[in-house]
Design a protein around this ligand. Structure first.
Ligand code: NAP
Ligand code: MG
Length: 398
């Protein structure tokens, strides 16, 4: 059989621990036998990030900017314990944070559905994708404890020295105080990423904030989305028969729970943090959650939503068998290959991505799956280790 050809390399960002092991197996068993795989390889494994003073992360993000499509393995974000474990020169920043900042991207997270694992919310039939704004608000807050009586004020000093002042509250006893901010430019990027992603995957876009209470702050988000929609995307949405609508977050929550799914829900930073955990849990498992970072100028970085599955890796190092779920990592590869195929007009590559996703889901639906899924499965099934699971998928590919 002749292998499928690629024209532009995928930016491949390798990672750490158990997911690094799965990464190599996925390539060897599921991709390389069928595709003449062309990648530009960056090793973001922690030892190599340390050796290069994290330059490799920056280089990989620049490559993603250059080529437009990247696929990333989960990576360790170092903490104090990792400093000793890996004998690091420095507590390097989260690679995802670095890449996100360089691509100025928005993260879209969507669950992978299989029949046999029923969402907790009975009406959900199609995935719900959460688009989370990744800048500002409470994540960049300044806050303080107020000791007692006194006046809290909001003061803005313009570059020319002019002051604008507003009373926040006049305290008559102890309390607490918080200041948050956001940037028009960041909200604009977020809006562009959401509209483009919706057109890309051909799904409706919902956006919600608390603008009835936050009449300036949240209302600015609403206005920027509306302006950008009308100016840049309305025609394309109408032509594609898609809907964009804004609604109050309370209303959005109620509608989401009553919906069938199959849309994108754009959320402010905090709302997206909380709602994506709720949606992921209600759909089943973090190991079945895909994640893609999309920049406003249309660059894509695909990954799994979970981490490096450290506990399984330590067992693997002891020579024990592990049943780690590779599905989200497989879907990161198929997402990236399909996008590469689309950009380079390679229908065979796109069809391959579809076929591999189908083989993966068919394997699970035939009752063969990793342990995490077996625990949630409705009915009899066979729990296998990661290697056996990948081999079962490979058998469906020929
Ligand atoms: P994690 O790797 O997502 O794993 C947490 C637990 O969830 C696992 O111990 C396992 O539970 C279960 N799990 C997650 N993915 C699974 C899979 N594919 N198959 C089966 N079970 C799965 O999170 P963590 O342990 O908090 O973080 C580990 C490392 O990953 C950290 O160093 C962190 O910095 C990094 N991290 C990276 C990313 C990223 O690169 N995007 C994201 C998050 C975390 P059981 O042990 O109960 O089976
Ligand atoms: Mg969270």
């Amino acid at each position: 059989m002749e292998k499928i050809k690629m024209t532009t390399p995928l930016v491949e960002m390798d990672g750490d621990e158990m997911t690094r092991i799965l990464w190599a197996d996925i390539k060897k068993l599921l991709i390389e036998p069928f595709v003449d795989l062309k990648t530009e390889y960056y090793d973001l494994g922690l030892p190599h990030r340390d050796e290069t003073n994290d330059q490799v992360t920056i280089d990989s993000a620049n490559a993603a900017k250059k080529y437009g499509v990247a696929v990333k393995c989960a990576t360790i974000t170092p903490n104090a314990q990792r400093m000793t474990e890996y004998n690091l020169h420095q507590m390097w920043k989260s690679p995802n944070g670095t890449i996100r900042a360089m691509l100025d991207g928005t993260v879209f997270r969507a669950p992978i559905l299989v029949s046999g694992i029923k969402p907790t919310v009975r009406t959900w039939k199609k995935p719900i994708t959460i688009a989370r704004h990744a800048y500002g608000d409470v994540y960049r807050n300044v806050e303080m404890k107020v000791p007692g009586t006194g006046k809290a004020e909001l003061v803005f000093t313009a570059a020319d020295g002019t002051e604008t002042r507003q009373t926040v509250f006049t305290f008559e006893g102890p309390g607490i105080l918080q200041g948050v901010h956001n940037l028009d430019a960041s909200i604009e990027s977020f809006a562009h990423a959401c509209f483009q992603y919706a057109l890309n995957v051909k799904q409706d876009l919902w956006f919600s904030t608390k603008d009835t209470i936050s009449k300036t702050y949240d209302h600015t988000f609403k206005d920027i989305f509306q302006e950008i929609y009308e100016k840049h995307y309305q025609e394309a949405f109408q032509a594609a028969n898609l809907t964009y609508f804004y609604t109050l977050i309370d209303d959005a929550v109620a509608r989401v729970v009553r919906s069938e799914g199959g849309f994108i829900w754009a959320c402010k930073n905090y709302d997206g943090d909380v709602m994506s955990d709720m949606v992921a849990t209600a759909f089943g498992s973090l190991a079945m959650m895909t994640s893609v970072l999309v920049s406003p100028d249309g660059k894509f970085e695909y990954e799994a939503a979970h981490g490096t599955v450290t506990r399984h890796y330590y067992r693997y190092l002891k020579g024990e068998e592990t049943s780690t779920n590779p599905v989200a990592t497989i879907f990161a590869w198929t997402g990236a290959l399909r996008k590469r195929g689309e950009l380079d007009s390679l229908p065979d590559l796109m069809a391959f991505a579809d076929k591999l996703e189908k083989a993966t889901l068919d394997t699970i639906e035939s009752g063969v799956m990793t342990k995490d899924l077996a625990l949630m499965w409705d009915g009899p099934c066979q729990a296998v280790n990661s290697r056996e699971f990948l081999t079962a998928i490979a058998e469906k590919m020929v």
